[in-house]
Design a protein around this ligand. Structure first.
Ligand SMILES: [Zn+2]
Ligand SMILES: [Zn+2]
Ligand SMILES: [Zn+2]
Length: 236
């Protein structure tokens, strides 16, 4: 337990998105699957309930249409780009999902609850999407940690809905939009109660194409406070 808490997951860029419950947040993922098929990234989407998993799975099923198969001429289950898993799916099905998502199979996107995350090590997950507010900061941190197990750069997108924001946000994650996300999550762990926000190196503004300072690599809140990032994005 302690070991994972002390792991800062600094190679995972944290991005916060919020608004009303809208599947449009997932359009980019749908488009990537349509275009890149089995070469698409392998994202995992964590939902808070089994019902939400089913809803999202169905939404992807429809949004992808015929393109939900790697090979449209062979519309079989083993050819599907999407998969789902919840606690009630059982251990056999967990094994099946695991073997499908590991390696170079057609399975790209997995929609699941935290029941899938436990003890699972899929090395090349580049993106985790957290769909709605998890039960606790610990759960959120575990879900985030499913990304980038190979220690390469990865991304965790936390999507919070307005209902989450009002009801339980204060007790679960104190996102103020002004505070580093990593810090706002970690400081809620007892072990980290004295943690200080990370001091970011000052960007010397030498970045030509894309800023690569620690601010820009930390989270969406930190990145928005980097002069390079602001300059680049105001110019556009
Ligand atoms: Zn940050
Ligand atoms: Zn810079
Ligand atoms: Zn920067």
């Amino acid at each position: 337990m302690l070991q994972f808490l002390f792991y800062l997951r600094s190679k995972i860029f944290l991005k916060l998105m919020s608004g009303k419950r809208d599947f449009e947040f997932l359009n980019a993922t749908v488009n990537e699957l349509k275009i890149r098929k089995n070469k698409a990234q392998k994202p995992i989407i964590f939902c808070t309930t089994a019902m939400e998993v089913e809803n999202l799975y169905f939404w992807f099923f429809v949004a992808l249409g015929k393109e939900r198969y790697e090979d449209e001429t062979n519309p079989t289950k083993s050819n599907l780009l999407i998969n789902q898993y919840t606690g009630s799916s059982g251990s056999e099905s967990k094994k099946a999902v695991l073997s499908r998502i590991r390696g170079e199979t057609s399975c790209r996107l997995l929609i699941c609850t935290i029941a899938f995350g436990m003890g699972v090590d899929i090395r090349d997950v580049r993106k985790v999407i957290i769909w709605g507010l998890p039960a606790s900061p610990v759960t959120m941190w575990q879900e985030i940690g499913r990304a980038g197990r190979d220690k390469d750069n990865a991304e965790a997108i936390i999507i919070l809905f307005r209902s989450n924001l009002f009801a339980r946000l204060k007790e679960v994650v104190c996102v103020t939009r002004a505070e580093c996300l990593r810090y706002s999550i970690l400081k809620q762990f007892y072990e980290f109660k004295d943690i200080k926000p990370r001091e970011h190196q000052i960007c010397k503004n030498m970045c030509t194409q894309r800023c690569i300072c620690t601010r820009c690599e930390c989270c969406s809140v930190c990145r928005n406070s980097c002069e390079c990032w602001v300059k680049e994005n105001v110019a556009k």
